[in-house]
Design a protein around this ligand. Sequence first.
Ligand SMILES: [Zn+2]
Length: 444
Amino acid sequence: MSFYRKYRPQVFDEIDNSAVRERLLSLLSKDKTELPHAFLFTGPKGAGKTTAARLIAKLFNCTKPLKNGAPCGKCNACTAIADGRYLDVLELDAASNRGIDEIRTLREGIGLVPTSGTYKIYIIDEVHMLTTEAFNALLKTLEEPPPHAAFVLATTDPQKIPATIKSRCVHINFGRAQTEELLHGLARVVKEEKIDIADDALAFVASFADGAFRDAMKLLEQVSFEKGKLTKEKVQKLLAASEEKTIIAFFDALAAKDAKTGLDIVAQLVATGRDIRSFITECLVESEHRLVAAVTGKEKSQMTIDDLKDFIGKLTQAYGDLRISPIPQLPLELAVVEFCKISAISNKPPAAPSPTLTGLLTMEKLTEHWKDFIEAMKPYNNSIAGVLRSSRPKGVDGGIVTIEAFYSFHQEKLSEMKTRELIAQVLKKLFGEKVKVEVVLGKK
Ligand SMILES: [Zn+2]
């Protein structure tokens, strides 16, 4: 388990962001019936919004609260909530299908009394992605919530939340964490994991994380694999080297028009929790440097001036698209694919087939490229890729791709709304066609 998940604050006192901690602690004196029933958590990714949302769920449902009213973090309800297996805490992701099905399910189920606890808690992540229609449905629910329900809406983009929704919520802003707050969190991990690291080295890790707890934890995890005492110099070298190496490898791949390696590097960035926005910025800096060097003839560039210009255009586009993309790495991936494809086509005679698989998706094509499709799924979700490996395509008809699974738990896994959306997205990326995905159970 990653440090970030393993060391998520489980009780109010462990929240490292002091402003948030104070706001939440001020709720403890209230009787449960007086607690606000809707919260809006705003702030960047990795700031601890989901963690705090689960703490709110514990506050409502803890069966053995402490003297000051704080959830204990130990009772059955608290531990089930921490593990994400508490039936009355429903975590919905508004980014999938823009929340239409999610809000419908919410509206259908909200009237029912809680199964295990006293309160049903709805945590809606990326709530700004909801459609107007879904927002309206949510607003109706917020206006007349049943007494047994409470809501935590979380967003990275508060500007997009309608004022009517905002006015019904208690707003808590997570902001970027102060370096001291990050240090406070990191120190907890260092102690538990017995990591031998100098104080100034730890401070460097905190400053490198740019205000996000998740990034700070991931960086610490990355350097913790080194043997011996971690000095500041060592940590600086490790983190700088990994940054520089990645950029150079990325440009090497692009110069060779090797889209696969380019995409693998992006997948690694995602897996290690790197901020895609800052990576694109670094790539732009590097491109500018290479462009100037190529024009002035100071350095021989691997890429032609035209290629560099083209790539800078695509990176700038990707940077702008980040804001509206539900999948943060997607604009960068598109930039890689398009850059490599365009160059590849211009290098071939015009009659040659395009090396990407665009065009109408047929059963034949899908069967032929089933392995490529599974490969393409891996960076997004390795476990789904695994399930797909033991499934097979069954039909492509009228924009519907039917997949045949051979175990009912595979069928269930693949049939989840989120999973089908993801499969459709990867298929679109690979074959250029928007499809719907159905999953059936077949006999072996
Ligand atoms: Zn408890």
